[in-house]
Write a protein that binds this ligand. Structure first.
Ligand SMILES: C[S@@+](CC[C@H](N)C(=O)[O-])C[C@H]1O[C@@H](n2cnc3c(N)ncnc32)[C@H](O)[C@@H]1O
Length: 214
């Protein structure tokens, strides 16, 4: 998933994301059919975007990703013909009055200080009562959990047909990427940025979903 190019991304992602129905399903639980304005950051090839577009057919949906080939692949999907795709850095996102801003599997690409700035910016971009939904990887609190979750994750990828080296390469950069960002520290960052409620409706291994309400 981390290393997959645009061409093979969709196929590989579904083999690599543990319990992907539960993970993406929980993210989607916080996006409502009545939402009018939605921004997805780091949309990749539009796996989640397709789910959002299916649930919110009348919404104004914008997506940002810094990789032109991922955006191109997303833009080719017929179900996403009404979505606005923008090639750019999520840190430069802009706009206001969003009902929901959502990101999956990408917050770890930006460093701690930029993430804090981005979280505060997202809060400002939401309308009152709007939601920031972040479905991502977070570093577990103990070495015991790290080893256990990595082993479980590799076993899952092997059972989905990846070779051992493919599975190991997939998660090799994980701890570097996640840094010190635990689900608890990220939730605190959202509270410090002024989100009135912060909840964690899903957590499994390295994966978690954090929702901040403006
Ligand atoms: C692992 S993929 C996740 C894609 C999609 N959100 C999903 O869950 O399938 C990470 C995506 O983040 C994008 N990305 C990484 N850094 C970014 C940045 N600074 N701004 C925008 N997109 C970024 C990559 O181009 C890639 O498409």
């Amino acid at each position: 998933m981390f290393m997959a190019g645009a061409k093979d991304y969709d196929e590989i992602a579904l083999k690599c994301v543990p319990y992907h129905d539960a993970f993406f399903g929980t993210v989607l639980d916080f996006i409502f059919p009545e939402d009018k304005k939605i921004l997805e950051l780091a949309c990749g090839t539009g796996i989640l975007t397709e789910m959002i577009a299916g649930k919110c057919p009348g919404a104004d949906i914008s997506c940002v990703d810094s990789d032109g080939s991922m955006i191109e692949k997303a833009g080719e999907k017929p179900a996403l013909s009404g979505v606005r795709f923008i090639e750019g850095d999520m840190r430069d996102c802009s706009g206001s009055g969003y009902d929901a801003v959502v990101i999956t599997q990408a917050i770890f690409f930006i460093d701690d200080s930029d993430r804090k700035i981005l979280v505060a910016k997202i809060r400002d971009m939401l309308k009152e009562g709007g939601r920031f939904i972040s479905g991502d990887m977070f570093v577990p609190g103990t070495e015991f959990e790290k080893e256990l979750y990595k082993k479980n994750w590799i076993d899952l990828m092997l059972s989905n047909g990846l070779s051992l080296s493919e599975a190991e390469n997939m998660i090799a950069p994980l701890d570097d990427f996640c840094g010190k960002n635990t689900i608890e520290s990220f939730s605190s960052e959202l509270k410090k940025a002024g989100f009135s409620r912060v909840i964690v409706p899903y957590r499994s291994g390295y994966y978690g979903v954090v929702v901040g309400y403006k």
